[in-house]
Design a protein around this ligand. Structure first.
Ligand code: FAD
Length: 468
């Protein structure tokens, strides 16, 4: 039987790998093909070494607080090569318009921190008295935070986090789709502070009872990658799939057929497949299916994507007066910066810059500033330099500059995303043998993509077993 995966980003590769492994274990005879438009696998994942600097085009790692990607590394024999971020990288900062403020890591730190004013702290503590919202509305992140924690918490803490993870706009992001755990905490415990207190108590009791308690790296986990960059993950998966990968072969259209689906490549070749896994961005799938599934295409087109530029700057160590002891910083809402924030890449992982030099990675654009997609490289560089002067007092010209542009970087789960997914899932039901995966649907983090890939592979294997 034939299984075809379209798109070789982490979602497509992890699905194909899990199908390959599962089929072997179940003794199923499967011909697997993975079509990828580009001449390299990995999609948004790309680690490029230039002049001794290791530049990550997209993600710089995954968090070990969830098991999905870690488990995948073990299954694909890559665990021995994993690299954990340095302890210093636990220190994160927020630029509040004036200076870099350390993100508090405990309740005590929070009450001492100048990041939120005393009235802001009192408002936050008043969360204990805010009733649970029960009307089932798909609330935006901004509305939720203003309602429960107050405006300052949104501007100083949650807004920067939303741009750090999603390059998103909290005013339009769906709380339930972007941060389902936070939504659940309110629903289950009646509030966030109450939930934190109860969960901390539960952990203490479990520890006392001698049970292993997860989360050595704290709730956020430890950022994990490889010495050669996160691309080692997708390269490793691609090696396992070597005979199945069709690189530089874009699929332009899909048509349902008697046996399954007929795929047409850009070069005009035709392929038949019984099971089809789509792992391409939503608007690409929309154009592939619109001739026979206009409704599905319409839903897919309504998932917006934010543009994002990544500016990698290299400096001699002495050019950074305050040093780079930490993970980097995100910009508070209203801080006046052009950029969303800067990661101190060479402090997070060793080997990211030549000896005596440092590497910074600034994010620029996102859902709140889509117009920045039109700036020239020179304009991006000038604005990033202005920001680095304000935030880190770096006055010198960088020794190394590389600007990476993602026109459609990260899908945005805007309010209504959950309802849209349900409509999409219903329309896919009409085409047995079609499985959707990819970061447009169930989470944008690498762990989410891998978890969705594993669910997709299970569905594929179930279909194969039914038909064999
Ligand atoms: C700048 C940036 C920083 C990020 N940082 C982090 C981070 O630190 N940690 C984290 O967990 N996540 C991070 N993310 C998110 C994460 O990288 C992505 O969500 C994830 O890599 C998406 O994988 P994917 O396979 O779903 O999609 P993609 O990587 O977009 O893969 C889709 C693939 O489909 C291919 N394709 C498109 N059209 C066709 C066609 N017609 N035929 C065949 N193939 C086609 C594409 O070429 C591509 O290879 C970041 C994302 C960006 C952009």
């Amino acid at each position: 039987m034939k299984v075809t995966v379209v798109g070789a980003g982490i979602s497509g590769l992890a699905t194909a790998f899990a199908v390959q492994q599962g089929a072997r274990q179940l003794g199923l005879d499967v011909t697997l093909e993975v079509f990828e438009k580009n001449d390299r696998p990995g999609g948004k994942i790309r680690s490029e070494k230039v002049d001794g600097y290791l530049c990550e085009w997209g993600p710089n790692g995954f968090l070990d607080s969830k098991p999905m990607t870690l488990d995948l590394c073990y299954e694909a024999d890559m665990a021995a090569q994993l690299l954990r971020s340095s302890d210093a990288a636990r220190k994160r900062f927020i630029y509040d318009g004036d200076c870099l403020q350390r993100v508090p890591e405990s309740a005590l730190d929070f009450f001492r921190s100048p990041l939120v004013s005393w009235p802001g702290k009192l408002r936050l503590a008043a969360e204990l008295g805010v009733p649970r919202r029960k009307d089932g509305t798909d609330e935006t992140l901004a509305d939720f935070v203003r309602r429960r924690l107050g405006r300052e918490a949104l501007d100083q803490l949650v807004g920067p986090m939303a741009s750090g993870i999603f390059a998103g706009d909290p005013e339009t992001m769906s709380l339930r789709s972007c941060f389902p755990r936070i939504y659940e905490l309110e629903q289950q415990y009646g509030g966030l502070i109450r939930a934190l207190l109860l969960l901390a108590r539960q952990k203490r009791l479990e520890r006392r009872a001698g049970k292993a308690v997860a989360g050595a790296g704290g709730p956020g986990g430890i950022l994990t990658s490889f010495a050669g960059g996160i691309q080692q993950l997708t390269d490793g998966l691609a090696r396992h799939l070597n005979g199945s990968l069709r690189l530089g072969d874009a699929i332009v259209s899909i048509l349902p057929s008697k046996e399954g689906f007929t795929l047409r490549t850009k070069g005009g070749r035709i392929y038949e497949t019984e099971v089809l896994v789509s792992a391409v961005p939503a608007m690409v799938l929309a154009s592939q299916v619109e001739s026979f599934a206009a409704g599905m295409a319409e839903q897919l087109r309504q998932i917006p994507y934010a543009p994002l530029h990544v500016a990698c700057f290299g400096y001699r160590r002495e050019a950074v007066p305050g040093g780079m002891d930490g993970f980097g910083y995100l910009a508070a809402r209203g801080s006046g910066l052009h950029s969303l924030g800067t990661l101190w890449s060479s402090s997070i992982f060793p080997g990211r810059s030549p000896e005596g030099h440092v590497l910074l990675r600034t994010m620029f654009g996102g859902a709140t500033r889509p117009e920045s997609a039109n700036l020239s490289d020179g304009e991006v560089q000038q604005r990033v330099q202005e920001d680095l002067r304000r935030t880190m007092n770096i006055g010198q010209q960088p020794d190394f500059v590389k600007i990476i542009r993602h026109k459609a970087a990260i899908p945005q789960y805007v309010s209504g995303h959950g309802a849209r997914l349900r409509v999409l899932e219903d329309s896919v039901q009409a085409y047995p043998g079609m499985v959707l995966v990819g970061n447009a649907f169930y989470g944008v983090g690498l762990n989410d993509c891998v978890a969705a890939a594993q669910r997709a592979a299970k569905r594929v294997l179930a279909l194969l077993q039914k038909r064999s």
